[in-house]
Design a protein around this ligand. Structure first.
Ligand code: GLC
Length: 650
């Protein structure tokens, strides 16, 4: 298509849809403003397709229809969000991810739990997958059989709308998932494909024999080597091999077919128009495949995300997108977009490297790897932000940069072996109780399952009735949480962690779950236990109040909004890591001791940073810390942290 032709197509779409008046001017401006970008991105993917013009026009129409379907209320909200700097950079946001059935029982019961979340300081709710998914082949809802119907386990679409309304009334935000890379093998497209429908067969990667699957598998890492080895599954009905990179019941969508892009974009708009504030794009690294590669992080995967972003920007600009790219640190950065497309891809990404680095520091008492990797992490463009977290529903992957490990004198393979064994509790001195997940006998790779509390030693300590160990594990839980909460980005608490939940082993007897030990850290909430958060002297109280306090501190000080204002410090002590958050004259030093031993931090660290004063106020302990030339060091107890403000009244 010739460059200028795009404008006349858009004009004709606008005319057909009756979108010409002044009241739509903002939308029209956004459409025209993004037209060439859309066309450019689309041509990167489908330039050789015959159907180029036809499907592209379909996408333009979809954008217009989605704008028309957007309720006046959400359009108004889009405008309000546009006025607030960049709304998701705010320090006022704090999130929680949860499974509706395991947390409140149902969507209907959810609004009653919002006070509990507000009490903690949470105002962004990430509801784990809610749409239809076969009970025993669901991957926690990430095998979707219908993108428009809520699974009856949770309730109905009307119930979800009521939750959205309840959130809105409380000034809270909603986040849900779109599972983009694959559908369930029970999705209508898959069912029709099995019956021989050629249109639907084109939605998946199907092969008549093993020739191509064998060649591709030579380069594909196994995601679930124990429960679903290989990346292709044989389907009897079709007598074909189907690409299924994750579980064999999750069939990979074929995005080389523009009809797939259009259909999934339509689902994305459907979610946007439910009033979703942040859409978590599941596993975006995998959405493009190419023979001879690992089929992860390919340039076309980025183009698809950029196309999605540009389309949303036009029709439903209030919905931000979060890329769930749990890949190597350098690769994660690419999901923010780069070059002239910087900030035109994902608005948010998981700070998965930082998460893994904190677990690294906790096991080794050495924070140098965390510090070294900031060279990469700090390259995030201004305007995009992180989701910071210590635990989520998934396993912990140890994907940090080998180069830094080598520079620090570690052998990467042995280092990871140590970490895995430590958290799986296979080292005698380890207080952790986790398990290895996705062990690959071929490569020896594995990841780690376990709840925050159990990995921090609480489960063992409770079993042993060891009150000192209990208190140490609470210190570790808070250290981990505070380190991630005070970084730039939105903190995302995983439900249960706010009340010190240890591993839940009930999954072992549940069909559809027992093969996947990630369920050990996805608890069923016992509200009697959570009620103890209000009772002094309990573990629940200590953890909950600690989190509540730190979220409150973060909300009280604008210095914690993400203005790319995190400067990591050279602490001259390998167990202590720290950064300073600055805004104009205000500075907050966030300092963490990852060691079970007391430590010293030289005051030089403060003098080395512009604008220090000799009076620092610890927002955590609510005490002044005196820094005088006569004293040389700030003392840390085991696992202690400080949140030091330089200018309390300023
Ligand atoms: C994402 C989800 C994970 C799921 C996978 C496949 O990584 O977080 O739980 O197993 O995608 O959908």
């Amino acid at each position: 298509m010739e460059n200028r032709a795009i404008f006349s197509i858009i004009r004709s779409v606008l005319k057909d849809k009756g979108l010409e008046g002044k009241s739509h001017q903002d939308f029209i401006d956004r459409f025209i403003g993004n037209a060439e970008l859309l066309q450019y991105l689309y041509s990167q993917l489908y330039s050789n397709k015959e159907a180029f013009n036809h499907t592209f026009k379909g996408i333009l129409e979809l954008i217009a229809d989605s704008y028309i379907e957007r309720s006046p209320f959400f359009k108004k909200r889009d405008k309000e969000k546009d006025k607030k700097d960049i709304w998701f950079l705010s320090n006022k946001l704090a999130g929680m991810s949860l499974y509706v059935d395991r947390f409140s029982g149902s969507l209907k019961a959810m609004p009653d739990k919002l006070n509990y979340l507000q009490d903690l300081g949470v105002n962004l709710l990430h509801l784990m997958p809610l749409f239809e998914s076969p009970v025993n082949a669901s991957d926690g809802g990430y095998a979707v059989s219908n993108y428009r119907v809520i699974d009856k386990r949770f309730g109905t679409l009307e119930d979800l709308k009521s939750v959205q309304l309840a959130l809105q009334e409380k000034d809270m935000y909603l986040m849900i998932d779109i599972v983009l890379n694959h559908t369930s093998d029970q999705h209508e497209w898959a069912l029709k494909a099995k019956q021989g429908d050629p249109f639907c067969q084109d939605f998946y990667y199907l092969y008549d024999d093993r020739t191509i699957p064998d060649r591709m598998e030579a380069h594909l890492p196994d995601i679930f080597p124990e429960s679903s080895p290989g990346s292709f599954v044989y389907n009897k009905e079709m007598n074909k091999w189907v690409m299924s990179v994750f579980h064999n019941y999750q069939w990979d969508l074929n995005f080389t077919n523009p009809e797939v892009l259009k259909a999934m974009l339509s689902n994305i708009f459907f979610y946007a128009n439910l009033g979703v504030d942040i859409l978590r794009i599941d596993a975006p690294a995998f959405i493009w495949k190419q023979m001879g590669t690992s089929c992860q992080n390919l340039p076309e995967a980025h183009v698809i995300l950029q196309l999605i972003k540009a389309s949303l920007e036009i029709a439903t600009p209030g919905m931000a997108i979060l890329g769930e790219a749990i890949v190597a640190p350098r690769e994660i950065m690419e999901y923010f977009g780069k070059g002239f497309l910087a900030n035109k891809e994902c608005d948010l990404a998981y700070n998965a490297s930082q998460m893994a680095l904190q677990w690294d520091a906790l096991a080794t008492t050495d924070t140098r790897n965390m510090l070294a990797n900031q060279e990469i992490i700090q390259q995030k463009p201004y305007g995009a932000t992180w989701i910071n977290y210590t635990r989520c529903h998934d396993d912990i992957g140890l994907s940090f940069d080998d180069r830094y490990l080598e520079q620090l004198g570690y052998t990467p393979f042995l280092h990871r072996e140590y970490l895995k064994n430590y958290y799986a509790g296979l080292i005698e001195t380890s207080p952790s109780r986790g398990e290895l997940f996705a062990v690959n006998p071929r490569t020896n790779d594995a990841r780690i399952s376990g709840s925050l509390a159990s990995l921090c030693g609480l489960e063992k300590a409770i079993d042993k009735k060891d009150s000192k160990a209990i208190s140490t594990s609470i210190d570790k839980i808070l250290l981990m949480q505070v380190n991630s909460i005070l970084l730039g980005g939105i903190p995302m608490i995983f439900y249960g962690d706010e009340a010190g939940y240890t591993n839940d082993y009930s999954y072992l007897t549940e069909p559809g779950k027992s093969y996947d030990n990630r369920w050990m850290h996805r608890p069923v909430i016992d509200w009697k236990k959570n009620a103890k958060a209000g009772k002094k002297g309990t573990i629940e109280h200590a953890v909950f109040k600690g989190l509540q306090k730190i979220i409150g501190i973060r909300k009280d000080y604008d210095v914690f909004a993400d203005r790319n204002n995190v400067n990591w410090l050279e602490s001259h002590n390998r167990s202590i890591v720290g950064f300073v958050r600055s805004l104009e004259e205000k500075q907050v030093f966030c300092l963490f001791n990852y060691s079970p031993e007391p430590q010293n931090l030289t005051y030089y660290v403060f003098y080395s940073v512009r604008g220090h004063t000799d009076k620092l106020y610890d927002l955590w302990s609510e005490n002044y810390i005196k820094i005088g030339k006569d004293h040389e060091h700030l003392l840390f107890k085991p696992y202690q942290f400080y949140v030091l403000l330089n200018n309390k009244n300023g």
